[in-house]
Design a protein around this ligand. Structure first.
Ligand SMILES: [Zn+2]
Length: 234
């Protein structure tokens, strides 16, 4: 009696438990496989398209662009670059994270003005800098996309002009400007860059540097509050 009482309620339980366990295992395997597949698909994608999460030291986003998000300013969403930006790639000057001024395999670096690039390399070597390029040379298509994104983000062409130049005027498109990041590197450049001819141009973009050949002798020129004040961009 006591045997049937104890065993009979349990007997149906353990097969059920076994089935449940088996199902859970199957589900776990399926989930793991799904994640792996997604991860593979994603890495394949990022290898082809542009790696976005790079310039995330300030905001991330279409890191593709300026450090501080593509636009170097807060308030940027990541929803924009679905259409045209998704067709942009390394050949347009997009960059993954961790690219240095010595990584000339990237068009964004290779297409920089040679004097600017060599000066940057000299500064990095001299200062022992942990310096990375978040954006250098850009194609016109890339610059146009950035401007369109900025207008979307800021709601007006006037506000966007404080952060992004038109493609036909951009110093990035001309290969004469570079956006940089790195632990302590920007602070070092702010202090010593002018001795090399490397100058910050805009107050609101501490990462944007250009070459000023007179700077070693005369110091860097006074900065514009932002790009909209720059007569070269009009
Ligand atoms: Zn810039």
């Amino acid at each position: 009696m006591s045997r049937t009482r104890t065993s009979s309620p349990r007997r149906p339980v353990s097969p059920t438990a076994a089935v449940v366990t088996a199902l859970l295992l199957l589900a776990a395997v399926a989930v793991a496989a799904g994640c792996l597949g997604a991860a593979i698909a994603q890495s394949a994608l990022s290898a082809v398209a542009a790696p976005p999460a790079s310039a995330s030291d300030q905001t991330s986003g279409v890191s593709v662009v300026e450090p501080g998000g593509a636009l170097g300013a807060p308030g940027r969403t990541e929803s924009q670059p679905v259409g045209q930006a998704s067709r942009l790639g390394l050949a347009d000057g997009l960059l993954p994270g961790g690219v240095t001024v010595f990584d000339s395999g990237y068009p964004a670096v290779a297409n920089l003005d040679p004097d600017l690039l060599q000066t940057l390399q000299a500064a990095v070597t001299t200062g022992g800098l942990d310096l990375y390029v978040t954006s250098g040379w850009r194609s016109e298509a890339y610059q146009k996309q950035l401007l369109a994104d900025a207008i979307d983000t800021y709601g007006s062409e006037a506000e966007a002009a404080r952060w992004v130049a038109p493609a036909d005027k951009s110093l990035h498109v001309a290969g004469q400007a570079v956006d940089l990041t790195g632990d302590g590197a920007l602070e070092w450049l702010a202090e010593h860059g002018s001795a090399f001819g490397l100058c910050q141009i805009y107050d609101n973009e501490p990462w944007h540097y250009e070459l000023r050949l007179n700077a070693p002798a005369e110091g860097c020129p006074s900065r514009y509050p932002d790009a909209s004040w720059d007569p070269r961009l009009r």
